[in-house]
Design a protein around this ligand. Structure first.
Ligand SMILES: CC(C)(COP(=O)(O)OP(=O)(O)OC[C@H]1O[C@@H](n2cnc3c(N)ncnc32)[C@H](O)[C@@H]1OP(=O)(O)O)[C@@H](O)C(=O)NCCC(=O)NCCS
Length: 188
């Protein structure tokens, strides 16, 4: 069975919902920024064409049933401030991987934490996922701290796991288990 589609996940300030073509202008602001893509596996978008190519890749991935590309929309004004990707869904092991991005203009306003709390809650609840994992470059201070604040456990480091932008990079592995999440291991 594929990873079930997600219609919309509502939080006080945000709606996390599937990406649409109309989001690409806002997403060009997010991904057209070297500070945002520094630790990401794709190049900084230079144009609308880069956005369309990314969307086509994400739609193809979604069609495999192992991935859902979502965006984080701000309820107050409909602005898309970031993305959440659920991917590498393994039905047999009830496991998936998490990726996320917030535009630089919106950093440190609690958007990533608010969106991921809701998305992980949905995955562990309605989707009956047992384990969520994430890979983070050890130099990505914001992302490492974010996951720890959400209660993810640093389980180890894989050496030179990726070649990212021409450089071999280590990867921190984080995991969160459903029972840990439900018992509320998160930082205050
Ligand atoms: C990582 C990222 C998504 C965080 O988004 P954000 O909306 O700014 O994060 P939040 O405001 O929700 O922060 C939640 C917590 O994460 C931690 N955190 C976030 N940014 C941080 C930073 N720059 N330095 C240290 N800790 C940070 C803090 O614990 C923070 O809680 P606090 O503000 O109460 O101290 C954002 O920096 C980003 O998009 N970076 C570029 C893309 C990226 O690296 N994605 C992850 C790839 S693995």
């Amino acid at each position: 069975m594929p990873l079930p589609a997600i219609t919309a996940i509502l939080t006080p300030r945000l709606t996390v919902r599937p990406v649409a073509g109309a989001d690409l202008d806002d997403l060009l602001e997010v991904n057209g920024d070297d500070a945002v893509t520094r630790f990401l596996p794709y190049k900084t978008w230079q144009s609308a064409e880069d956005g369309r190519a990314w969307l086509a890749r994400m739609e193809a991935l979604d069609a495999t049933g192992t991935s859902r590309q979502l965006v984080i929309e701000r309820n107050a004004d409909g602005k898309v401030v970031g993305t959440v990707l659920l991917f590498r869904f393994d039905e047999g092991s009830a496991r998936l991987e998490l990726g996320y991005v917030v535009g630089r203009a919106h950093w440190r306003q609690g958007y990533a934490a608010e969106a991921l709390l809701a998305v992980c809650g949905h995955a562990f609840g309605q989707l009956a996922v047992r384990r969520i994992e994430a890979e983070v470059n050890p130099g990505n201070a914001a992302s490492n701290a974010l996951l720890q604040s959400l209660g993810f456990v640093h389980e180890g480091m894989f050496r030179q796991r990726w070649i990212s932008k021409g450089v071999a990079t280590d990867t921190n592995i984080y995991g969160c288990l459903a029972h840990e999440w439900l018992r509320g291991n998160r930082a205050a």
